[in-house]
Design a protein. Structure first.
Length: 214
């Protein structure tokens, strides 16, 4: 049985934050692209032109998202190992769920958040209020709502939502992109904060309980 050792997550955190920033930039570009397509009569009159442009962008965006997901989970694995050293009994789900929890149906609605919350609490200092998980909850809320929009909006767009089908597609795209943008920025803030907490806790050294009075 291998002995766990603390390893700095700082390098991986920089990579994760950079890729999350790229995801946020693609979200901004997607909003601008969709609004521009709606505003320019030439694009609206020729949906094929918009579809081609959007198809190229979607391919680039997909590569950014996949890269970001891999690096984010690698960072999460690193901080999870550290968290097990800080608090061995504070983790409900095993380490493989760091990856599998995003793909298994139904459990992917709560497993990733549960894993992050456990790591967060294990990484906090002992000062009052330090274990609050508001940032994690805001990030997960934006992520879930964004995924919900992505799942239901195509059908809504196909029905027209009481307006033109193209306008419905634009509304769906803008709504999803803004939610995804918020989730990416909150995730970046969460990565930096948790990395900082683990660094501070590691630098503080082990907590030594006072000896009982004689």
């Amino acid at each position: 049985m291998s002995v766990l050792q603390l390893r700095s997550p700082i390098g991986l955190s920089y990579a994760a934050v950079a890729l999350l920033g790229l995801c946020a930039l693609t979200d901004v570009f997607e909003v601008l692209l969709a609004l521009s397509a709606l505003a320019q009569s030439g694009l609206v009159a020729n949906p094929g032109r918009f579809d081609t442009l959007y198809g190229v962008f979607s391919g680039i965006q997909g590569l950014v998202y996949i890269s970001c997901g891999i690096v984010f989970c690698a960072w999460l694995w690193r901080v999870r190992v550290n968290a097990e050293i800080f608090r061995p009994d504070g983790h409900k789900h095993s380490r493989p769920w760091i990856w599998a929890g995003w793909f298994v149906p139904f459990v992917n609605f709560w497993y990733p958040r549960r894993i992050v919350v456990d790591i967060w609490r294990a990484s906090t200092s002992a000062r009052p209020g330090a274990s609050g998980t508001g940032l994690v909850n805001f990030w997960w809320g934006c992520w879930l709502v964004a995924q919900g929009v992505m799942l239901v909006a195509p059908e809504m767009a196909e029905k027209g939502m009481g307006t033109t089908a193209f306008g419905a597609v634009v509304a769906y795209t803008v709504g999803y992109s803004l939610l995804d943008l918020a989730a990416a920025l909150l995730a970046a803030a969460m990565v930096r904060r948790m990395t900082s907490m683990q660094h501070e806790k590691a630098m503080a050294g082990p907590t030594i309980s006072p000896e009982p009075a004689a």
